[in-house]
Design a protein around this ligand. Structure first.
Ligand code: 26V
Length: 807
């Protein structure tokens, strides 16, 4: 890219970008590469943000405002440039300035790496929440870890997933500010002693320094700029000069390496990752630094630690930061010399806890000896808290020994373990689920006994998504069309979207709505052709399942149904089949063997079906590599059908389901998580629901489920399962899927067989609806019109009023 336009036509913004390029990056415009333009643009934009950022902080300080602190080990932000420009209403101006310099803004936006500091839904939710907090003008900080390597990059080699390190910081990160002055000691291990005055002293055996790195978060219309504060680690004595001078270069670096290992990598959310020492170290590292920072700010502004709950609300994003409960207790008791009861009252009034999963393997607990070795003082405090908790429990009515054992912070069954969910529950005044069904299940299953003891604590906050990224940003054509129909007010308040509903009856509007979808499909088809060399028919149904690969999410159900459909088309080519494109994307945790095998199956099925000329292109299957936020932003606007087919009771909420429906896709889904509330909003006629309810799943499990009989009773299912098991899709290794398919016969934990016939019938219902073109478009429009409620602005409003007391 070189400047081609007349230099005299350059406006002040273009000149500012050139100035940044020369003085900050050290290049002239002829030498500048596209990445240099990206960096110069971000750095120039940052200058504008900084002033608003400082204003936001000053105003909150002056008002003595209560601040919200969102503690999360994951923030799946994706790219920032496009959304930041859009929120500042600055995109056209910056686009013009760059054009004067011969640079294409969209092209450099595509060069920005995704900040992939999260696994999936939980991390993306944290990112949507940060944007909504700024949009609602609430003073808030996100706290997390600045991982050097975020979520791995996925390559597909011969159909198999290969994990490559993700290097989002390779070109530096122009968004961030390192705050060397905001640094804290974080200790591990060592010993605890007491003095004559009864004070307790913890002398850690090792310590690292946590250093703050801040990223600005700009709300809609730039109203407010909040801070995402991610911690990086430094050794206290980064370079032991004496060792170096003796020639012991490795010894000199060892401490630094140990510190760096803390922030090196994001843990995958699979069961093998659970219980690893480095993970607990990460959890304590970022919780301790964050709590120290919050307490320091409170003392600096307000002087008295006892008013903390009036000025700070700390939300725990799952149990990953639950050790923060013990850390705040430690600071209150050991440093601020409060007694246990006073400290406990402050702690409970300050924390809220959000649960994001009921899967038993994801409920964190730490072997007691490990917890004690790493955090000896916190162990004592956990015992002390537990004593209080169990005293309260014993005094309550109807709590027997079994309930006491379930409530205890210590799991005594087998190897003793510290239960982080119980600690978070006990240490918070609010405990919330993320969709109505999930919250109900929290009360009746995992937290049943704690709920009986504290019946007012559990509450629901159904998840949401930011419409700035997930409608306006990713689907500008649909945004313009909606604005033409109902005016632009919906961009300030997504709950105005229902005004679009009457347009479902307007034939002209339906055509334009369909044309936008088709253009998005053409764009995605081009991307698919460029990345995996497959040609897609944009007039086929684009049927999309994109999410982490997990057995409970049942990509396997979709694949088996795909095989059954393929078989049907081959057997009955004369029937009036609906052309379909099955699109998959998602990452499997590297040690999750079945998940990786499911990716291989998707690719094997794709190769066979896409290469079979006898089905006349009626069915195509594609697995798109390296699913991330940016790929989702391409796929969501192009989907006709959204696959949300988890085993009922297992998906806490889902948020992908919301993104698709907002962009006019119909959902095929089970009555699980937020699907239920989506049905309530869009209307049962505009969604395709199938399968067992959570209650039916539980009853079937309890009653002894026999999948073999189910498979043998369904000709279509048996045919598909046997074809996969016998190697029809893996002639190079006919046994590749034998065990996976035998698992369906033997136990079928996720009830793929039990739901198969209902799912296949639901897919034929989708075909039928697609055949009624007007009916489909009506439904699509009603989906968009009725999804405003799922804006994360609504969700954050509820947290703010009902948990944090800040609205
Ligand atoms: C668990 C573990 C355990 C082992 C160590 C690493 C690790 C990392 C994350 C997790 C928890 C995963 C929980 C989660 O992502 N839940 C998802 O949260 C979404 C937002 O609320 C929700 O929409 C999804 O349904 C839910 O699966």
């Amino acid at each position: 890219m070189t400047a081609t336009t007349d230099v005299s036509e350059r406006g002040p913004l273009a000149l500012a970008i050139i100035d940044t390029l020369v003085h900050r990056i050290g290049k002239d415009e002829r030498a500048a590469r596209p990445h240099d333009w990206l960096e110069a643009t971000i750095l120039t934009l940052r200058n504008e943000i900084i002033e608003r950022w400082m204003e936001s902080t000053k105003a909150a300080h002056a008002a003595g405002a209560k601040r919200v602190y969102y503690l999360s080990l994951e923030f799946l932000i994706g790219r920032l440039l496009r959304d930041t420009l859009a929120n500042l209403r600055h995109r056209d101006e910056v686009g013009d300035a760059l054009r004067q310099l011969g640079v294409d803004l969209s092209a450099i936006e595509e060069l920005e790496p995704d900040a992939a500091l999260g696994n999936g839904g939980l991390g993306r939710l944290a990112a949507c929440f940060m944007e909504s907090l700024a949009t609602l003008d609430l003073p808030a900080y996100g706290y997390g870890i600045r991982y050097v390597n975020g979520m791995f990059r996925q390559r597909i080699d011969d159909g198999w997933q290969v994990e490559l390190p993700e290097t989002w910081l390779a070109h530096g990160n122009p968004w961030e500010f390192e705050r060397r002055e905001s640094a804290y000691f974080v200790g591990f291990g060592g010993e605890v002693t007491g003095d004559e005055a009864g004070r307790v002293h913890w002398k850690p055996g090792e310590a690292v320094e946590a250093v703050a790195v801040d990223t600005p978060v700009v709300g809609w219309r730039g109203k407010r700029v909040n801070t995402l504060r991610l911690w990086t680690a430094r050794s206290l004595d980064p370079f032991k000069l004496d060792a170096f001078n003796r020639g012991d270069f490795e010894g000199a670096m060892a401490d630094q390496l140990r510190a760096e290992s803390l922030v090196r990598v994001l843990y995958p959310n699979d069961s093998t990752a659970a219980g690893q020492e480095l993970r607990l170290r990460q959890e304590y590292f970022f919780s301790s630094a964050s709590i120290q920072d919050i307490v320091r700010r409170h003392i600096q502004y307000f002087g008295d630690i006892r008013t903390l709950p009036d000025r700070a609300a700390i939300q725990l994003n799952d149990t990953h930061p639950a050790v923060a409960v013990a850390e705040l207790m430690r600071l209150l008791v050991d440093h601020h010399e409060l007694d246990m009861d006073a400290a406990w009252a402050i702690t409970r009034a300050t924390f809220g806890y959000t649960n994001h999963t009921l899967l038993p393997e994801a409920l964190e607990s730490w072997p007691l000896p490990l917890f004690e070795r790493l955090l000896p003082r916190h162990m004592q405090l956990v015992y002390a808290i537990n004593a209080k908790l169990l005293r309260e429990a014993r005094a309550a009515e109807g709590i027997d020994d079994r309930a006491i054992a379930a409530i205890s912070l210590i799991d005594e069954g087998g190897e003793r373990r510290v239960r982080m969910a119980n600690l978070a529950f006990a240490g918070a005044h609010s405990v919330n689920g993320v969709a109505a069904l999930h919250t109900q299940l929290m009360k009746s299953t995992v937290f049943a006994d704690l709920h009986r003891l504290y019946p007012d604590r559990i509450n629901n906050k159904t998840n949401g998504i930011t419409p700035r990224r997930w409608l306006q940003g990713c689907n500008p054509a649909l945004t313009s069309l909606i604005a033409e129909a109902i005016g632009p007010d919906f961009t300030d308040d997504a709950q105005k979207l229902p005004a679009l509903a009457p347009f479902a009856e307007d034939a002209g509007f339906r055509e334009r709505f369909a044309a936008v979808k088709r253009a998005n499909k053409v764009a995605l088809a081009e991307h698919v052709r460029d990345t995996i060399g497959l040609r897609l028919d944009p007039d086929a149904i684009f049927d999309v399942q994109i999410k982490r690969i997990h057995e409970y999410k049942r990509q396997l159900l979709n694949l088996i149904e795909t095989v059954a459909l393929y078989d049907q088309i081959r057997s009955h080519p004369e029937r009036d089949w609906t052309p379909r494109v099955k699109l998959f994307a998602g990452k499997a945790a590297s040690s999750y063997v079945n998940a990786k095998l499911i990716i291989k199956l998707a690719n094997d099925v794709a190769r066979r079906i896409n290469g079979d000329p006898s089905i006349g292109g009626l069915l195509k299957v594609a697995f798109l590599p390296n699913y991330n936020v940016s790929l989702a932003e391409r796929m969501v606007p192009a989907a006709d059908l959204s696959e949300q087919i988890s085993t009922a009771g297992m998906e806490a909420s889902g948020t992908g389901n919301m993104k698709f429906a907002l962009n006019g896709a119909l959902t095929i889904g089970t009555l699980d998580g937020a699907n239920i509330e989506i049905r309530d909003q869009v209307g049962a006629d505009n969604i395709v629901i199938f399968g067992m309810t959570a209650e039916e799943v539980a009853a079937k499990r309890a009653g002894g489920y026999a999948p073999r009989a189910v498979i043998e009773n369904s000709a279509e299912l048996a045919q598909a399962v046997n074809a996969i098991a016998s190697g029809v899709f893996s002639p190079d290794d006919p046994n590749r899927y034998r065990d996976l398919m035998n698992g369906l016969y033997d136990h079928d934990w996720f009830m793929v067989a039990a739901d198969f016939d209902a799912y296949a019938a639901a897919q034929r219902e989708v075909d039928r609806r697609w055949g009624d073109r007007d009916g489909w478009q009506r439904s699509a429009i009603r989906n968009t019109a009725n999804m405003g409620w799922f804006s994360s602005d609504r969700t954050i409003g509820e947290y703010a009023r009902e948990i944090w007391g800040v609205l």
